[in-house]
Every structure is written in structure tokens, then in C-alpha cells.
Design a protein around this ligand. Structure first.
Ligand code: ADP
Length: 254
């Protein structure tokens, strides 16, 4: 595996360009991509319960990048799991676009998640036996696109992220920053409404983190998506449109 030391990915910049049917600044710009309404989530803890979310409210509009900054254990991952329909709240409602997810069955939630939400994690979770290109093609083929269509979009995304020359590399042959950029391309491959990211640059050195964050935000903005990004990095958080935190299980603007 290449180390962060011998790559020069911080040398170039990522320019914005339209990459999906929705373009930033279009008529949909004022619509809501995600709404959390009075989300309550508690976990069993010994004989009692741990109240992680106690009535969390949040609205993210289309084309908005929001940073979620809070100490470890405050409930960031729990909030992202609620927003990403990975877990159900004990009460409250999650809207993706203007569609409420609460009353939907699991198959419908899975479909909604697959079509409308892209996930980026701290560790890339790319499939090791597939190339960078194939990793970006797979979610599109699951959605029903042909191999040729999926490959074309995957190439377009890799080129945009200045990874065209790495298309046939497997994850182990990529640097940490490159792996994370492929993971970002995979997350946006199906042109979701919303990107949810949990410490997407937490595993990278500061310079690479900066570059990867620029790539993520340029792509999100160029595609007219919205993003909720949990990060400990205040410098990166400052460059997003808005910053929120969690206090006593509720969302508070910073
Ligand atoms: P953060 O992402 O801000 O570090 P988390 O959302 O992961 O916080 O966790 C918030 C709290 O909920 C922590 O105290 C954690 O131990 C607890 N927690 C998270 N998931 C579970 C679970 N599945 N079962 C029990 N407790 C959990």
C-alpha cells in the first residue's frame, strides 16, 4: 500500500463542474433535503436507559453543507444513523426530501437509502477485490443501470476527482487519500439527494484531509447535493455553510 508520504495529491485542485441532473443554484435550491423532527433515541444501558437523542430537530436545504461538530459520545453517529435510515428513532420523524420514512417498511427504506442517500465513513469500506472503477460502478448497477452507463459515470467521477489514472487500481494499491476520494465518488454515483459523512477525513494526515475535504465539498456543490458531515476538524467545519452540535440530545446551531 502506498503511504501518505509518497503521494502528491495535494498539488492539484478540484474545480467545480455540473455532475448530475441537479445543478447547484437551480430552482430546487430552496427545497429541503433532510428534515429531522423531534427525534428521540435511547439505548438500554444496564437496568436503565441512555437518552442519546432527546428531541433533535434539523433541517438541511438542498445544496447546503452542514458540519456536525460534537465531542465523542454526544450522539453524532446515532444522528447520522437516524438520518440515513439505518436505525429507526424511538419517536419522531425523518423526512428525506418531503417524504416521511417512519411509516415505510424496511424494503422501502432500503430503496430510499440506496437511491437518495450516499454514505462516506472514516474508513473507506471499498470492496478489496474490485478496482476503483468497479467500486463506483457497483451501486449504479444495483440501481439498474447498464454496465456501460455505470462505467461512463464512474470514469467521469474519477476524472473529476483527478483519479482517472487510478481507475484500474484495487483499494490496496491506492493511498489513504485516494481511497477516500473513491469512496466519495461511490457515495455520489447514484446522484443522491443527501450525503452523510462520519469523520470522512478523520483517518488522514492534515494536508490530505484538506485536499479530500475540498474534493468532497466541490463535488457536493457541483452536483447540487446536500451534506451532513460529522467532523472533529474545526478548520474544515468553518468552511461549510453551517455548523451544528448536539447538546443534551438536541441539535444546536454553532
Ligand atoms: P458519537 O458518534 O458522537 O461519538 P454515538 O452516537 O456513537 O456518539 O454514541 C452516543 C452514545 O450512545 C454513546 O454513549 C454510545 O456508547 C451509545 N450508543 C451508541 N450506539 C449504541 C448501541 N447500539 N447500544 C447501546 N449504546 C449505544
Amino acid at each position: 500500500m502506498m503511504t501518505e508520504m509518497n503521494v502528491t495529491e495535494t498539488d492539484s485542485t478540484v474545480e467545480a463542474g455540473p455532475l448530475g441532473p441537479d445543478t447547484a443554484g437551480s430552482a430546487i435550491a430552496s427545497t429541503v433535503a433532510l428534515r429531522l423532527e423531534n427525534i428521540v433515541r435511547r439505548y438500554k444501558e444496564g437496568n436503565g436507559t441512555l437518552d442519546v437523542l432527546t428531541g433533535a430537530n434539523l433541517e438541511i436545504r438542498s445544496s447546503e453543507l452542514v458540519a456536525l461538530v460534537a465531542p465523542s459520545g454526544a450522539g453524532k453517529s446515532t444522528l447520522l444513523h437516524m438520518a440515513g435510515l439505518l436505525e429507526r428513532p424511538d419517536s419522531g420523524e425523518v423526512y428525506i426530501g418531503n417524504r416521511a420514512a417512519g411509516k415505510l417498511g424496511d424494503p422501502e427504506r432500503t430503496l430510499m437509502r440506496r437511491l437518495e442517500i450516499g454514505f462516506v465513513y472514516q474508513f473507506h469500506h471499498l470492496l478489496p477485490e474490485f478496482t476503483a472503477l468497479e467500486n463506483i460502478m457497483l451501486p449504479q448497477m444495483l440501481r439498474g443501470l447498464t454496465k456501460a452507463q455505470a462505467s461512463e459515470r464512474a470514469k467521469q467521477l474519477l476524472d473529476y476527482l483527478k483519479l482517472g489514472a487510478r481507475a484500474s487500481h484495487r483499494p490496496a494499491e491506492l493511498s489513504g487519500g485516494e481511497q477516500q476520494r473513491v469512496a466519495i465518488a461511490r457515495a455520489v454515483a447514484n446522484v443522491p439527494k443527501l450525503i452523510l459523512a462520519d469523520e470522512p477525513t478523520g483517518n488522514l494526515d492534515p494536508k490530505t484531509a484538506h485536499y479530500v475535504f475540498d474534493a468532497l465539498s466541490a463535488l457536493v456543490r457541483a452536483s447540487g447535493l446536500s451534506a451532513l458531515i460529522a467532523t472533529h476538524n474545526m478548520e474544515l467545519a468553518e468552511r461549510m455553510d453551517r455548523r451544528i452540535t448536539l447538546r443534551d440530545g438536541k441539535v444546536v446551531e454553532l
